[in-house]
Design a protein around this ligand. Sequence first.
Ligand code: CU
Length: 480
Amino acid sequence: MHKRTSQTMRLSKFISLALAAMLASCAQPATDPTTIPVSGEMVAELTSPPIVPAPVGSRKATKLKVEMEIVEKEAEMADGVRYIYWTFGGSVPGKFIRTRIGDEVAFTLKNHPDNKLPHNIDLHAVTGPGGGATSSFVAPGHQITFSFKTLNPGLYVYHCATAPVGMHIANGMYGLILVEPEGGLPKVDREYYIMQGDFYTKGENGQPGLQPFDMAKAIDEDADYVVFNGRVGSLTGDNAITANVGETVRLFVGNGGPNLVSSFHVIGEIFDKVHIEGGSVINENVQTTLIPAGGAAIVEFKVEVPGTFILVDHSIFRAFNKGALGMLKVQGEENKTVYSGKQQEGIYHPEGGTIQKMPGEAPAARKASSVAERIEFGKQVYSKTCFACHQPDGQGIPSAFPPLANSDYLNADVKRAIKIVIEGKTGEIIVNGKKYNSVMTAQALTDEEIANVLTYVYHSWGNNKTVVTPKMVARVRSGH
Ligand code: CU
C-alpha cells in the first residue's frame, strides 16, 4: 500500500512536470534564447571588409562552425608607410561573422606557426567569462575550439584580449560578429562592413618605411593614423563602396579603437535608421552617430541622387589629416528636385558689379622703383593676404591649399597666375603632381600690389624669378 502510493505520487509528479514543461514551451517559444533548438550544422561564410556574408534570412538556428586563423603580417598603412599588423583572418578588421540568435557557434581559433605571439579572442556576442578569451588562449602553431550560443541579437565587436591588450588591439586585432534576430534583418540592396581604428607609429603621420608600434603615443591616445578598414585609402578611389540611385544601403560600422570614439557621418546623406550601438533600439533621421571604442552601429539609408558621398569620423582632423575618410560612389539618374547641383556661378563683389580699376593709383599703394623694392613691398602684401592659406614659406597645406614654393603650376604661366589673383579660382588643379580642389577668393588688390606680391612669390622658394609689372596686371584685368 505504501509502496503503491509513493509510485502513484511519483507518476503524478512526473506528469505534472512534463505538462508544465510543455505548457512553458508552448506559451513562450522564444523568450528564453538558451532553449532555442538547433538543427543540423553548417560552416560559416567569413568575409574580409568591406564585404559581408549572405544574410541568414529565415534559416533555423544551427550548429555554426567558425574557423578563424590569426595571421601576423606586414602591409601598407598609407602610401610608402608599412606596418606589421596582427589580424584575425589576414585583414583589418578581421573576418565578418554572421550568425542568428540561438546558433551554437563552434569556434576554432588557429594561430599560424609563422606567428611570433600567443593570442586569444573576446567576442562581445558571447555570454561567458572573458567573452571566450579565457578559453581561447592559443600559442603559435596551435589551435583551440570552444563553443557558445548566441543569446542576444545585435552587432558586436570581437578582439584579441592577450596582454598587453591595448597593443594587440592597436595592431589590428578586431572585427565584427553579427547576430541576426529571428527571421533575419529586413532586406536591403547593399550591405558593407566598415571598422574604424586608431594607430600609433614611431614616425609621424606620413613618415615612410616600416613603422613600429609606439606604446607611449598609444598611452597618450596621440594617434598618428585614424582609419577605416586598417589603412589610409581603404575605401577611396577604386576601393570606394558603391550603390545605385534608388537602392537601400546598410553599413555595419564598428570601432576597434583602441582609444578613440568615432563620430560616424556620411557627408551628403542622412541615416534613415540607426541601430544605436548595434542594439535593438532604432533611431531615425540621424546625421552623425557615435560609435564607442569596442562598439558598433548599423546604419541604413536610401540613396536618392548620384555622386560621391564621403564617409568620415566627424572629429574632422582625423578625416582630412589622419585618414578616417572613405567614399560611397552612387551612380544613376540625377533628381534635380532632391538636389539641383550648381545652378549659377558668378563673381561676388560686395561693392558693386563691375571690377574697379585701380591701376596703381590707389593712394595706399606705394610704387616700387626697382625689382628689389617690388619684392620688399610684395612680401608685405603676402604676409597680410596670402600666408594664411599658402603658409609663410609657400608650402601650402596638403590636400587643401596648393604650394607656391617650387610650383610647376605657377612657373608655367604668369598670365594665369595674375588672373587667379584678380578673379579667384575654384575647381580642381594639379600642382607638382598633387590634386587640389579648394576655393581661392578674388583678391581686392591694386595692380601695383598684385605686381609686387607675385614678383615676391616668383623670387622666393625656388620659383623662376619672373618680374610682374602693374602694366602686365592691367592687361590681364582688361582681358588682353
Ligand atoms: Cu593578440
